[in-house]
Design a protein around this ligand. Structure first.
Ligand SMILES: *Cc1c(COP(=O)(O)O)cnc(C)c1O
Length: 268
């Protein structure tokens, strides 16, 4: 295994330095360690180094690892961790995702949001209500599980990306208003708590090239906060191994980092 301790130290230092450059408080930035294609042993090693937020991108793989890790944590009476679903989620997997995850970053359609809202009441809230989610998120309403979610948006226009298409939202009123109408419907769903936006930047050679994408996401968040006042828009989940420092300078509150902590993934 690579030296996870050294890598994590390095990532934390780079997060703090980027926060500093952006005039931000590093305490408001949550590191989610993305463990897809890494093992339970990797997760445990990061946990022992203080990581409490983990991300997976596929329900099937998560279902094999999360219960093992949760049991390991419970048996040792360790502090709870928070599981983030960061990958594309099919509506028919909504139930499984609810069982496994505490936060879903990848809500990219009204259909998926409605499906999550409809099946959530089937699940009792964790007792005691799980702390975490993303601060204050999660928990319960009338004994039923509430799911904090982020809306995944595609602000780069890359066709390979999931997310609500918002590459021209600032100048294209129709695109913007179509999205805002969907947002209004999602905000009305009682079992979901919208907490912000998530995006994946295009893969580029120089992280500076991702900056406009992160900046567009922040401006979109500001526009949403103006239109729909309240607590919904606090989080910007953006930035991965190759671009997290730029994302933090542009306002990320959640960075999703895998390779910089755990090394390269094996090919599947
Ligand atoms: C894999 C993945 C990450 C982390 O990517 P790294 O390059 O390993 O840092 C972040 N977000 C999503 C949605 C991912 O699928």
């Amino acid at each position: 295994m690579v030296d996870i301790a050294a890598n994590l130290r390095d990532v934390r230092r780079r997060i703090a330095e980027a926060a500093d450059r952006g005039g931000r408080d590093p305490a408001e930035i949550t590191l989610v360690a993305v463990t897809k294609l890494f093992t339970v042993a990797h997760i445990q090693a990061a946990y022992e180094l203080g990581v409490r937020h983990f991300g997976e991108n596929r329900v099937h793989e998560a279902a094999e690892k999360i219960p093992i890790v949760n049991q390991w944590v419970e048996e040792r009476a360790l502090s709870p961790l928070t599981w983030h679903m960061v990958g594309h989620l099919q509506s028919r997997k909504a139930k499984d995702a609810i069982q496994l995850f505490d936060v879903i970053h990848s809500v990219d359609s009204l259909k998926l949001a409605e499906r999550l809202d409809r099946v959530l009441p089937l699940f009792p809230a964790p007792l005691p209500p799980k702390v975490g989610g993303i601060e204050g998120g999660g928990g319960r309403k009338e004994g039923r599980k509430i799911m904090p979610i982020l809306l995944e948006v595609n602000v780069s226009g890359e066709e390979s990306k999931y997310g609500f298409a918002l590459d021209r939202w600032a100048e294209d009123e129709e695109q913007r208003e179509r999205f805002f109408a969907i947002v209004e419907e999602i905000l009305a769903l009682p079992q979901l708590e919208v907490r912000g936006l998530m995006t994946m930047a295009p893969i580029v050679a120089d992280p500076e090239e991702a900056r406009p994408c992160f900046r567009r996401l922040r401006h979109l968040r500001d526009a949403l906060a103006e239109r729909f006042p309240g607590e919904h828009w606090r989080h910007l989940s953006m930035g991965m191994t190759d671009d997290f420092e730029v994302a933090i300078e542009e306002g990320a509150t959640i960075v999703r980092i895998g390779r910089a902590i755990f090394g390269e993934r094996r090919e599947t």
